[in-house]
Design a protein. Structure first.
Length: 454
């Protein structure tokens, strides 16, 4: 096998990653635009958006995790040249994702009334419940989109989803302006307008992605037997063994930040609004780093399919280096511009000052956040999901959140204490996952025949 130089690894990874990074950036910038536009309505609507999104994104990220089972399996099958298996994975992934979407939709619908029992400000809860109901509807078209996106990414085709996502997100921002503020003859809907804009743009995103994959000649050979007939329950089981733990990995991480939002609500409206702004900014770097994570998943999965473990390790460590440099740049931005960035969202001085203090902490956890997200992607490419899931559970829920509570309410560090706990959770996860990738890939390298991992 031809060995690649690190420059070649960098170029291949970058060509795979940058469309996903731009696509993820487009997604998160819509969230930034939502927060900026809603923030102009005041601290209470912004806090309501934070509370609703803290619930919604936990469930949404679980769905994304389930859908990600398609990508490493398709990448491995592509490495082996098994087109028939790729077609089967496509079909089964579609079925799994649609049933997951319906189930997750029902979970949020049933959970929405519980917002009133979380000891949050009454006005915040009143605004959050209808907004949560609207964005919950977007789960179904979003999971539909994810099916075709993850399938295409498994075949190393990442640009199409980028163009579609960016286009639909621009429409989302335009609809925000129309519906939040009541432009072009539409009624002024406030926070709910942002919810309707999200729903409409995700329906459009799913339809365009489906149309492209379904009608492109590039994917014709993979649609053989597509439908609900002749489903293989062993294949469904295999995909769920990857997708469900991946979903829980996201739940443990995103859920930790959602739990942090709830604790912020115990401190007050300003703390909750500051948390929303800071986490909104931190999500820019995180979601772009997840583009490198997706590239790691595809490249590692592809090399595993070829049994080329030396190249697998080189590709993985190259991506760890890339994400470290990338996240250090964001750390610099957050710390240096900590007093300016919050003013893009809100003009209330107490919220701006709180946000600035949180952005310093966000700057310090950038490196570990990037390492952990790439670690999850690289290990996912090796179909190693059980141990990483346990790592995320322990790091965030046994260490990070309890320490955050201790710092905030026992040692009276308030909002900064909660984020110190998140910093500890992210750093612990990054270190453990990097070590896991090294040990597991080194073990495979020493074996004469690389096993197929469950």
């Amino acid at each position: 096998m031809t060995q690649l130089t690190y420059k070649e690894h960098f170029n291949r990874t970058f060509n795979l990653a940058y469309p996903v990074m731009l696509s993820q950036l487009g997604q998160v910038l819509v969230g930034v635009a939502d927060s900026m536009m809603v923030g102009r309505l005041g601290a209470e609507p912004l806090a309501a958006a934070s509370l609703a999104n803290s619930i919604f994104f936990v469930v949404l990220m679980f769905g994304i995790g389930v859908s990600m089972a398609i990508t490493p399996l398709v990448a491995a099958a592509d490495g082996k040249g098994s087109r028939k298996r790729i077609a089967k994975l496509f079909k089964h992934g579609f079925v799994i994702n649609m049933f997951s979407a319906l189930g997750l939709f029902l979970i949020i619908v049933m959970a929405a009334p519980s917002l009133g029992y979380m000891n949050q400000p009454e006005e915040v809860v009143r605004l959050a419940i209808p907004y949560l109901g609207i964005i919950t509807l977007s789960l179904i078209p979003f999971m539909f989109f994810q099916t075709f996106k993850q399938f295409a990414e498994g075949l190393s085709q990442t640009k199409q989803a980028m163009f579609i996502t960016i286009f639909c997100n621009l429409i989302n921002v335009f609809l925000n302006w129309v519906l939040i503020y009541g432009k072009l003859g539409f009624p002024e809907m406030g926070l709910n307008g942002a919810g309707w804009a999200t729903l409409i743009s995700r329906v459009l995103m799913g339809l365009i992605m489906w149309y492209y994959v379904w009608h492109s000649k590039r994917y014709t050979e993979y649609k053989i037997g597509f439908g609900f007939k002749k489903l293989s329950f062993p294949m469904i089981s295999k995909m769920l063994k990857i997708g469900v733990p991946t979903g829980f990995q996201f739940i443990f991480e995103v859920g930790a930040f959602s739990a942090a939002a709830i604790m912020m609500g115990w401190i007050g409206v300003n703390a909750l609004a500051a948390h929303q702004i800071a986490i909104n900014l931190a999500s820019i770097s995180y979601m772009m780093a997840s583009g490198l994570s997706a590239a790691a998943m595809v490249r590692v999965g592809n090399q595993l399919g070829r049994n080329d473990i030396k190249t697998l390790r080189e590709a993985g460590f190259t991506i760890f280096g890339m994400v470290a440099l990338f996240m250090l740049c964001f750390a610099f931005i957050f710390i240096v511009f900590r007093n300016f960035l919050p003013t893009l969202y809100i003009d209330e001085l107490p919220v701006i000052e709180m946000t600035a203090s949180l952005l310093i902490i966000a700057g310090f956890f950038q490196l570990s956040d990037g390492i952990q997200v790439v670690g999850l992607g690289a290990l996912r490419g090796m179909s190693d999901v059980k141990v990483p899931t346990l790592v995320t559970l322990v790091a965030y829920w046994v260490m990070g959140l309890p320490l955050g509570y201790l710092f905030a309410f026992v040692f009276n560090m308030q909002e900064k204490g909660i984020w110190y706990g998140l910093l500890i959770g992210l750093t612990s996860t990054g270190v453990m996952l990097l070590w896991r990738f090294h040990k597991l890939s080194d073990k495979l390298l020493k074996e004469t025949k690389a096993p197929v991992l469950d």
